[in-house]
Design a binder for this molecule. Structure first.
Ligand code: CA
Length: 530
């Protein structure tokens, strides 16, 4: 159907808003009368773009989500297309005098009785997949490991039907870096915590080169691996009392490439035997650790998909689960909402600490948070980072923010509820850091469309528009565009997502898993390289 066959539909997010979003596929032509006594369009307005609902004088505040997203660059008539060149962006709010833990909403009743089928790990965490991971200390070994992984898939995995796959934790770090720089702690602990993701069953095997800066004992110092109890599977010799098996390519025992590969296969085989003995069991929904993210956003992200994710986030938190939201530059302009929603003054202080760090990091590079927006965001109707941020933050729902996690850190078991995991907004870096934090399930919303995926954690992708869900029918797992089409409410799609997450956690494949689509693990290294 085209815009001319459907009645005009605009979406206003807040009663105080003086702009609304055109929802019709193909946009609306000039001369269209907007519904509910709205103005007649002065310009042709593309889908997802803003239309002025009132006359605006130059310098007037333009409000969306009840928040000032900019000031009119010149006088605009009601019915005008308000695009990014007509908006002056407001300054970022200073980090002083923020409201602290002021939101005292009544706690929502717990949601009981929801479960999924997961893999219980020795440390008490739960996996949604049963994967063998091969940790690497340095990029130098990546080619050898990849060769070994192909042979593991072809020769070993057929013998272990209860193992879902093998994942090489390839990364670009490990040598040629200023490893003692203060910020080097971020990439190092990220690699450490990636290897401890709950989807790897507590099995850690490491491939090292030998001469690299990031030595295995620095990557995984004693005590960093929560050792299992009585499993007693590996001999003390194998795991050398440190909780992981190590293959070092430069060791004298390796004569030629083939012998390195044989060492990796032999080690992998022992781990696969243990992984293959595991079975899914019924566990409460509270064992989910969900990371939410958006990428390739358009103006519908903040109207359909992200609000539906917000509903699912609230449901998960009520069920006792953990939900992480992230993307520092996309929450910066909503920092007063976040500090107000902090459960305690300490949590509010930690939010300010992380975002002040990001401000300084960006300033060091000569930019600010406005460096975030992309050409696709703007073509999709998002004028600036303030507007994008207001649409991004709704993924976090309405629960109090219970914890703040610095980049690369791993959540402790007792850190439940809604968590602000401070990360850059880059899809790959954010996903990698949420995975290091212990994520066992990932939700990703997109408006422009992205085939994003991770090898080790299922990614449920939610489309913001029906047109995208139709066109990318074998990539999008859920269509939130039905909200803009008037066919379902935000609450209904939120519940639908909640159920889909429980099914996915229990083993239902996502489209990205079906096609084996996954992006590279991408470390956040703010420290110098040498
Ligand atoms: Ca993102």
């Amino acid at each position: 159907m085209t815009a001319t066959t459907l009645p005009p539909v605009v979406v206003r997010m807040h009663p105080a808003d003086n702009v609304a979003i055109v929802a019709n596929e193909g946009g609306l032509p000039a001369g269209t009368r907007l519904p509910d006594g709205g103005p007649v369009l002065v310009d042709t307005v593309p889908q997802g773009h803003k239309v002025a609902l009132d006359d605006l004088a130059e310098g007037d505040a333009v409000r969306r989500y009840g928040v000032v997203i900019g000031r009119a660059a010149r006088a605009l008539r009601a019915g005008a297309w308000v695009h990014e060149r007509l908006l002056h962006m407001p300054e970022a709010r200073t980090l002083d005098g923020l409201p602290v833990a002021t939101v005292r909403s009544r706690p929502s009743p717990p949601l009981e009785g929801y479960t999924f089928e997961g893999y219980r790990n020795p440390d008490g965490s739960v996996g949604t997949r049963n994967l063998l991971a091969i940790t690497q200390t340095v990029q130098c070994v990546a080619g050898v490991v990849e060769h070994a992984v192909q042979r593991i898939r072809a020769e070993l995995l057929p013998r272990y039907p209860h193992v879902d796959g093998v994942v090489a934790l390839e990364h670009s770090y490990g040598c040629g870096v200023a490893i003692d720089a203060p910020d080097a702690g971020i990439p190092i602990r990220t690699v450490r915590h990636l290897s401890l993701n709950p989807n790897f069953g507590g099995e850690v095997m490491v491939v090292s080169l030998g001469c690299e800066k990031l030595q295995p004992e620095r990557l995984l110092p004693p005590g960093s691996i929560p050792l299992a109890d009585s499993r007693g599977a590996a001999s003390a010799g194998d795991r050398a009392g440190v909780g992981f098996d190590l293959v070092r390519l430069q060791d004298g025992q390796h004569v030629g490439f083939q012998s390195m590969v044989e060492s990796i296969l032999a080690t992998a085989d022992r781990h696969l035997q243990r992984l293959d003995a595991r079975r899914r069991e019924t566990v409460p929904a509270s064992e989910l650790v969900v990371g939410v993210q958006c990428g390739g956003s358009d103006a519908f992200s903040g109207v359909t998909a992200n609000p539906a994710v917000g509903v699912a986030t609230d449901l998960l938190v009520r069920a006792g689960a953990t939900v992480m939201f992230s993307e520092n530059t996309e929450v910066r302009d909503a920092i007063d909402q976040l500090t107000a929603r902090a459960a305690t003054p300490e949590v509010a202080a930690a939010i300010v600490r992380e975002l002040a760090w990001t401000d300084a990091y960006l300033a060091r590079g000569g930019v600010d948070r406005s460096a975030n927006t992309t050409p696709g965001n703007k073509a999709g109707g998002l004028s600036n980072i303030v507007e994008k941020a207001m649409g991004s933050i709704v993924k976090s729902g309405g629960a109090p923010i219970a914890h703040v996690l610095p980049p690369g850190d791993k959540l402790r078991r007792e850190q439940r509820g809604l968590v602000f995991a401070a990360t850059p907004a880059s899809d790959f870096i954010c996903g990698t850091l949420q995975m290091a934090a212990g994520m066992n399930l990932h939700v990703f919303t997109t408006g422009r469309g992205t085939p994003y995926g991770l090898a080790a954690v299922p990614v449920v992708k939610v489309a913001t528009r029906t047109e995208l869900a139709r066109r990318w029918h074998d990539l999008m797992d859920l269509n939130a565009g039905v909200i803009a089409d008037g066919q379902a409410s935000v609450e209904q799609v939120g519940w639908q997502l909640f159920h889909l997450l429980l099914e996915t956690a229990s083993g239902r494949r996502t489209w990205a898993e079906t096609w084996r689509l996954h992006n590279a693990l991408t470390l956040f290294n703010p420290a110098p390289v040498t």
